[in-house]
Ligand binder design. Structure first.
Ligand code: HEC
Length: 152
């Protein structure tokens, strides 16, 4: 082997080493987040039971008890609302209209603009293939279920 080609091999090896170091450094700085939200297609649960819909669609963030501690909660930037305190924080009166608007995603208040909560209005709409009465039934039954879990 001539002197020339030995030097070339060394250069290549060094270049590869530098590259490996860069990749390793990047991996260190770009540590994956502790939790990643996996989006799964919503399955159509009967609109007849507010509780069943709540457990399928809402509990992952708001918790099975409605207090905001669902398994996906820690991965969100905004903490899911404790839904059992809605009456208490509204002078003892359950805010049915506001809840319905939040569920449908029509709540345009800037304070609610985090948009981490899915827009259920649209999802229910496609789930019910555009049947307005069924979308309405879903929102009403969910609303009643949430009202039933209010803390006194
Ligand atoms: C991916 C997580 C996630 C899921 C699933 C989810 N929510 Fe939420 N929800 C949030 C977060 C976060 C907030 C509070 C921040 C905000 O305003 O966006 C919130 C806020 C709300 C509010 C507003 C309360 C208030 O202050 O007026 C209601 C009502 C609500 N959710 C009901 C539901 C219902 C009902 C379902 C199921 C159909 C549901 N949520 C599913 C994350 C979620």
């Amino acid at each position: 082997m001539s002197m020339m080609s030995i030097r070339n091999v060394v250069v290549v090896v060094t270049a590869m080493f530098v590259l490996t170091c860069t990749v390793a450094a990047q991996e260190k700085t770009q540590a994956p987040p502790a939790k990643v939200i996996k989006h799964v297609p919503v399955k159509a649960v009967s609109p007849a039971s507010g509780k069943e819909m709540y457990m399928s669609y809402c509990a992952v963030c708001h918790g099975t008890d409605g207090k905001g501690g669902g398994p996906a909660a820690s991965a969100l930037k905004t903490a899911p609302t404790n839904l059992t305190l809605l009456s208490k924080t509204n002078e003892g009166k359950y805010p049915a209209l506001k809840v319905a608007a939040s569920i449908r995603g029509e709540d345009a208040l800037p304070a609610h603009g985090s948009k981490e909560m899915p827009v259920w209005g649209k999802l229910f709409w496609s789930m019910s293939s555009g049947h307005h009465s069924e979308v309405q039934q879903r929102v009403v039954n969910l609303n009643q279920y949430i009202e039933s879990i209010q803390q006194k």
